[in-house]
Design a protein around this ligand. Sequence first.
Ligand SMILES: NC(=O)c1ccc[n+]([C@@H]2O[C@H](COP(=O)([O-])OP(=O)(O)OC[C@H]3O[C@@H](n4cnc5c(N)ncnc54)[C@H](O)[C@@H]3O)[C@@H](O)[C@H]2O)c1
Length: 284
Amino acid sequence: MSRLRVAAVTGAGSGIGRELALACAREGMALALTDIEATALAETAALAGALGVPVISQVGDVGREQDVEAFAQACEAEYGGVDWLFNNAGVAVLGPAWLATADDWQWLWHVNVMGVAHGVRCFVPRMLARGTRAHVVNTASAAGLATLAGSGVYAATKHAVVAFSECLAHDLLQAGAPIGVSVLCPSLLPTGIHQSGRNRPAGLDRTVPPAAAYEERVRVGMAASPIGAAEVAALTLEAIHQQRFYVIPHAHTGASVERRMHRILDDFRAQHPPTAEGGPTAQP
Ligand SMILES: NC(=O)c1ccc[n+]([C@@H]2O[C@H](COP(=O)([O-])OP(=O)(O)OC[C@H]3O[C@@H](n4cnc5c(N)ncnc54)[C@H](O)[C@@H]3O)[C@@H](O)[C@H]2O)c1
């Protein structure tokens, strides 16, 4: 009898993580779920269990290597390994770049970047050792592909996730490993992300003062999203099946990415005008 495929999801208690877990369950996959919020995690586990698949769950902080390693060990002990890993947990703060506090930087880096780093460090070597087909999805954001006022710290962490995911894909390709990578880059959609502060550690509570203008922008952006977390999860699974790297669920993201790329290339061309030989890179 063939073994059940297994999906591990971080930040599985809410929003996109919960829907990724349920989408995998609907594919008949066994689940390993983790989140820092015990009650929310138990709710997702119950919803997934009701779909008839095996589920284990473990409370933990993705920014703590020992928690992620314990989660990876639990996956190994229960299922013998993981086929799809979703490094999805994330948090946000908004505000002018110069008002972001050192605590803002530390907290967002801890969760958004180190969470992904620990996920890769703890799971990918086990996937490599097993040698079977596997896939890693890192949740970044459209804020990892383009930038916006008020998103300095968040965008910096999400650009880091995009860059790290690209390098992970290069490394796995170079190693000839049968492990695919995707980076999920949604624009605003309604989840609990605007209430990220609920999980902020007490020791890192000095934050940029809330600004009504940013909060309104998030409220409007979430309400205007033509898709919810379930659609984002479905598109992500489709991308895994099609071995697509960038998962960009919102149609309007394209325009912001184009604007940013044009700005980069316009400034580049102003400094390196095309030559008669055909281009700034033409060599003698
Ligand atoms: N919702 C959006 O508009 C949006 C847009 C782009 C990217 N994202 C990204 O999607 C991912 C999921 O966020 P969401 O929108 O579903 O928000 P959410 O708040 O609904 O879910 C995030 C989950 O992560 C958990 N979490 C927070 N800190 C954690 C930690 N230290 N360790 C483990 N779990 C922790 C939370 O408890 C929560 O269950 C995040 O990486 C976020 O940055 C969200």
